[in-house]
Design a protein around this ligand. Structure first.
Ligand SMILES: Cc1cc2nc3c(=O)[nH]c(=O)nc-3n(C[C@H](O)[C@H](O)[C@H](O)COP(=O)(O)OP(=O)(O)OC[C@H]3O[C@@H](n4cnc5c(N)ncnc54)[C@H](O)[C@@H]3O)c2cc1C
Length: 472
């Protein structure tokens, strides 16, 4: 990208968190002026903060100080780091500069990191920081805006976005059921069938994967759910439970039979391995992404702690070796229904002057938020400069994130399955697991999954280079 300044009118970025700081940096590095609006500030009457932020520093990390694995070859978030470094990411550069020892993870000194991002944004000649809340839709004369106000978007702005986008298009909580890599499900135990063999709109009468339980297995599972450690809510985080969306452990607390009459009901399903035996309960999984690589556990939103979830859910027959792309959770969050609302340049279809970035788009995590900020910044700058910039290909981690938020999910029974997601290999088009290595040596069966990840990472970086060359 060019760094010579233009006389273009400024792009406005709302929110100086992980996504907004990266977006502002990318726009300015393209030579376009930016005004960055951040509401956190110190007033004579005291600090103005959010419920989670504790400082007025840009890119404050509100909880953990980790950007997770830095291994680009075998870990999807490590791959995302590598891609962002190739694209002059401010967040990655500040993180590299302020890292603290954390084994294979990239963890940072959070104060040093935030101070570094703040210093570099403040020092950039094309960036102006304005400490103010944008308490409604941005003024009409702002023709190119990136909204990156995060999971704790101020209520006045969230209400305005809800009104603009329509009923049901903005969520204030995520209610997440675990998602599993399909190849880790034991199909010698599970089987494909829709309840009562009902055909969906796509004509598929075998749309679900079913995992059967007998009475003993069900009772043991309920005990484990009731005993498992649950995550605590902070006061401001409290999720208003509504009946369609209760955590499974809350359902189990209401009665040992509740789940058997709810998400685990066995009716209308026949185990083809022994049609004469009726299952006592059945856990269903539904396809989660268009690629068919990820399947979610239907109705299994949960507040069980992550460590306990893997242990408890692997008690389910067929899921003994399940690999989780995402574990379940319920959090305070603010995110829009991006697959309906955004195009592939993260622009709002019904108000194209607005682009979204960060957790608001339905990505999850510091790195993913910064990654969408990086792309939104580049898209916004290209538009201002009269250029077209396509999203990176879906074989890259960056492109896969764009695809996830703008359309890689599925619609089921009139409802979207769209829920926030971290980057993972299941979001990238799959490759055959290699049987031999680069020197032609046979790869043992148990190492082929790892070898496949490496091949996907190598493909991603090569395709990103080709995209960058085409975009220059
Ligand atoms: C309690 C909590 C704990 C979390 N823990 C983790 C974790 O451990 N690891 C992880 O990877 N992710 C975690 N997350 C998710 C995390 O918030 C995101 O990963 C990341 O911060 C999102 O980046 P963002 O830029 O979208 O939002 P943020 O980083 O939150 O930035 C949004 C910015 O917008 C500002 N803003 C809001 N409304 C307005 C307005 N109207 N006008 C102007 N400015 C505004 C805010 O002050 C904020 O600075 C956590 C989230 C929460 C709520």
């Amino acid at each position: 990208m060019s760094t010579s300044p233009t006389s273009a009118s400024p792009i406005h970025v709302i929110g100086g968190g992980l996504a907004g700081s990266e977006a502002a940096w990318q726009i300015a590095q393209a030579g376009v002026p930016v005004v960055l609006h951040e509401m956190r500030r110190h007033e004579p009457s005291g600090p103005v903060l959010t419920d989670a932020h504790q400082t007025d520093g840009l890119a404050e990390m509100v909880c953990s100080n980790s950007f997770r694995s830095d291994d680009w070859q075998f870990n999807a978030v490590g791959l995302l780091h590598a891609e962002m470094r190739k694209l002059d990411s401010l967040i990655m550069s500040a993180a590299d500069q302020h890292q603290v020892p954390a084994g294979g993870a990239l963890a940072v000194d959070r104060d040093g990191f935030s101070a570094e991002v703040t210093r570099r944004i403040q020092a950039h000649p094309l960036i102006t920081i304005v400490r103010e809340e944008i308490a409604g839709l941005p003024p009409a004369e702002w023709d190119n805006v990136v909204v990156a106000t995060g999971p704790l978007t101020s209520p006045a702005l969230a209400d305005a976005i809800l009104e603009l986008s329509g009923e049901g298009q903005l969520s204030f909580f995520d209610a997440i059921a675990p998602i599993i890599h399909v190849e880790s499900i034991d199909m010698d135990v599970a089987w494909r069938q829709s309840r009562y063999d009902k055909e969906g709109p796509g004509g598929d009468a075998a749309a679900y994967i079913n995992c059967p339980m007998n009475k003993d297995q069900y009772e043991a599972f309920i005990d484990a759910l009731l005993d498992g450690p649950k995550a605590e809510f902070k006061d401001w985080e409290h999720v208003p439970y509504f009946d369609g969306c209760l955590p499974i452990e809350v359902m189990a607390e209401r009665g040992r039979e509740t789940l058997r009459h709810g998400p685990m009901k066995p009716v209308g399903l026949t185990n083809p391995r022994d049609p004469t035996v009726k299952s006592y309960a059945i856990v269903q999984l539904r396809q989660d992404n268009a690629l068919g690589t990820l399947w979610n556990m239907v109705g299994f939103q949960t507040k069980l702690k992550h460590g306990a979830q893997a242990e408890v859910f692997r008690m389910i027959p067929g899921l003994e070796n399940a690999q989780f792309a995402r574990l379940g959770g319920l959090h305070r969050n603010t995110f829009i229904n991006s697959p309906r609302l955004l195009d592939r340049s993260l622009r709002m279809r019904l108000a194209p002057r607005l682009r979204f970035a960060g957790q608001m788009t339905g990505v999850e995590g510091y790195v993913e938020s910064a990654a969408t900020g990086l792309l939104a910044g580049r898209f916004a700058a290209a538009e201002r400069l009269g250029r077209t910039l396509d999203a990176p290909p879906p074989t890259t981690a960056l492109g896969a994130l764009v695809d996830h938020v703008t359309g890689g999910h599925l619609e089921a029974e009139g409802k979207t399955t769209f829920q926030p997601m971290n980057i993972n290999y299941g979001l990238l088009p799959p490759l055959e697991a290699p049987k031999v290595d680069e020197e032609g040596k046979k790869i043992p069966l148990k190492e082929r999954g790892r070898a496949k990840k490496r091949l996907m990472s190598v493909r991603a970086l090569k395709d990103l280079d080709a995209w960058t060359a085409g975009a220059a």
